[in-house]
Design a protein around this ligand. Structure first.
Ligand SMILES: Cc1cc2nc3c(=O)[nH]c(=O)nc-3n(C[C@H](O)[C@H](O)[C@H](O)COP(=O)(O)O)c2cc1C
Ligand SMILES: Nc1ncnc2c1ncn2[C@@H]1O[C@H](COP(=O)(O)OP(=O)(O)O)[C@@H](O)[C@H]1O
Ligand SMILES: [Mg+2]
Length: 162
């Protein structure tokens, strides 16, 4: 089966988990903070979902649903030994949300993970991903996922306190 078919079979992919600390490499200082999922959520990803850069929707706790990009893999630029799943939400938050529940719906695939010659080229690739994701998420087929009951449930759950 072609790689893209393999990936698309799993999309949209919904998952949630508590936001944990990453490697603290200062992605925040670079203007691109990424909310990291715990190991358990990463281990639960379908075995044949390819590592790479994806886009979709995300909410924190019972908050609003925003556009997001997510990186799944070993960050070849940093040569991580542990697979990570990190979400950058296209929204300015008033404060950090470590420990809160992050809800994500992955709807599309952008590219494989790559190594880069410099930090600047990694940053501009990520900025390119963000712009591309913003555009693609305006397509009706993706916009409808924003309204999915997955996000509604997380809202009512929290509001009703169970
Ligand atoms: C949209 C997006 C694309 C990314 N693409 C790559 C990539 O191609 N190669 C790579 O090594 N890391 C990539 N990263 C991961 C960054 O290297 C990572 O977010 C950074 O190391 C910060 O890690 P930290 O949260 O542990 O501080 C990407 C991250 C995002 C959000
Ligand atoms: N727009 C955003 N997208 C993702 N995380 C954000 C955003 N704004 C603030 N944050 C906070 O920044 C943290 C991630 O920053 P980062 O520099 O990647 O550190 P870490 O290495 O701990 O993941 C998230 O866990 C979250 O609490
Ligand atoms: Mg991070």
């Amino acid at each position: 089966m072609p790689l893209a078919d393999c990936i698309m079979r799993h999309l949209p992919y919904f998952c949630r988990g508590q936001v944990v600390h990453g490697f603290g490499r200062g992605s925040k200082q670079l203007g691109i903070p990424t909310a990291n999922f715990p190991e358990q959520v990463v281990d639960n990803l379908p075995a044949d979902i390819s590592t790479g850069i994806y886009y979709g929707w995300a909410s924190v706790g019972s908050g609003d649903v925003h556009k997001m990009v997510v990186s799944i893999g070993w960050n070849p630029y940093y040569k991580n030994t542990k697979k990570s799943m990190e979400t950058h939400i296209m929204h300015t938050f008033k404060e950090d949300f470590y420990g809160e529940i992050l809800n994500v719906a992955i709807v599309g695939y952008l590219r494989p993970e790559k190594n880069f010659d410099s930090l600047e080229s990694l940053i501009s690739a990520i900025q390119g991903d963000i712009e591309e994701a913003k555009k693609r998420l305006d397509l009706p087929e993706h916009l409808k996922i924003k309204e999915d009951s997955f996000f509604q449930v997380s809202r009512s759950k929290t509001i009703n306190g169970h």
